[in-house]
Write a protein that binds this ligand. Structure first.
Ligand code: IDC
Length: 326
């Protein structure tokens, strides 16, 4: 009996001591995220930078919205976060609510099981025209998943040239109120004017909620220091920025892969501890798509299934992960 207890104690000690950070999932390590000042912070109030990949428009390239793919993105690409870009118009959720909601839930369920964060993005350029749909969509998600620390709500991908004060702030407040009925504290990310670039406008009139961040999107071939300066001004005013989508290419999703320019953005995001997701996990014939046409839907991608941008971004994600989980 004594011997048995001794062995048991040793086993417990062994298990505890072998559980280093390296074996932890992102959600085990960081837990409940919140916003403090301009930073996203973890359960110990330490600033964190969570990094990962965005999936493509769900209605067009939905095959990567599955468990095995998310698991591969966690284990091999070392994503701490994945973004489900749930299409609204162009045959998305507005027309096919059940199909698109089920895609969103597949990714959320996988993320919860796998211990990664998941951004659920209402992927539209006209979400103010789909406010009722957005209310229904986020209310359902918040009531079902609001208790999990995994979920991050992105309520509007990219508004066009519309006013923050008159259109986007009221839209955001309406959707936030709906989410907060069920989920008091997970992070909500708001789209900003002109393709989620004018974060400085939101900084002049921010939303009254403790856990709201604001979207900045950039494409390294199109956007440079000028946009960084806009974002710097917003940060100076106290705004928390989340780069929920960026590309290494031109803003149309094509053109060359701008490695040097992307590195400048990486440095800038590191300096400000800004979290980010790359566009996109897709096998489309465009340079921003990470995969070659016909790449397996279930992950396990070999070298020759990954395109230039995908390889470059994967390296960065692995580097980021290994600096934190050691
Ligand atoms: C692009 C896709 C492209 C598709 C187009 C449709 O890469 O294949 O034809 O949408 O509108 C964004 C958007 C994102 C865009 C991406 C690249 O959020 O939907 O995807 N981009 O153009 N903002 C800036 C760039």
């Amino acid at each position: 009996m004594k011997h048995l207890l001794y062995t048991l104690a040793l086993t417990v000690i062994f298990i505890i001591s072998s559980c280093t950070d390296k074996d932890q999932t992102p959600v085990e390590k960081f837990g409940q995220l919140k916003i403090e000042g301009t930073n996203i912070t973890d359960q110990k109030s330490k600033a964190v930078q969570i990094t990962g990949m965005s999936l493509f428009w769900s209605q067009w390239i939905g095959q990567y919205y599955n468990y095995d793919c998310i698991k591969w993105l966690r284990d091999d690409w070392k994503c701490m976060v994945v973004r489900a870009a749930i299409a609204v118009d162009h045959g998305g959720y507005a027309e096919n609510p059940e199909r698109e909601m089920s895609r969103a839930k597949k990714v959320i369920d996988a993320a919860i099981d796998l211990g990664v964060y998941v951004i659920v993005d209402f992927h539209s350029h006209h979400a103010e025209d789909y406010q009722d749909e957005a209310k229904t969509f986020f209310s359902e998600l918040a009531s079902e998943y609001g208790d999990y620390p995994n979920i991050i709500y992105e309520i509007y991908n990219e508004p066009l040239n519309v006013s923050w004060n008159d259109v986007l702030k009221p839209y955001s407040e309406t959707i936030i109120a709906e989410i907060r009925k069920h989920d008091p504290n997970n992070i909500i990310v708001c789209g900003t004017p002109r393709w989620s670039q004018q974060v400085d406008e939101a900084a002049l009139n921010p939303i009254d909620d403790d856990n709201v961040a604001y979207t900045l999107h950039f494409y390294a071939g199109t956007h440079d220091e000028e946009l960084m300066q806009v974002a710097n001004n917003a940060i100076k005013k106290g705004l928390c920025i989340f780069v929920t989508e960026y590309g290494t290419t031109n803003a149309n999703g094509g053109g060359p892969v701008f490695k040097e320019e992307t590195k400048k953005w990486y440095n800038w995001m590191d300096k400000h501890q800004i979290s980010h997701c790359n566009w996109s996990i897709a096998d489309k014939n465009e340079s921003s798509a990470a995969l070659v046409e016909g790449a397996s839907a279930n992950g396990s991608w070999k070298e020759d299934e990954i395109k230039t941008s995908g390889k470059f971004v994967r390296e960065e994600l692995r580097k980021k992960h290994s600096a934190i989980f050691k």
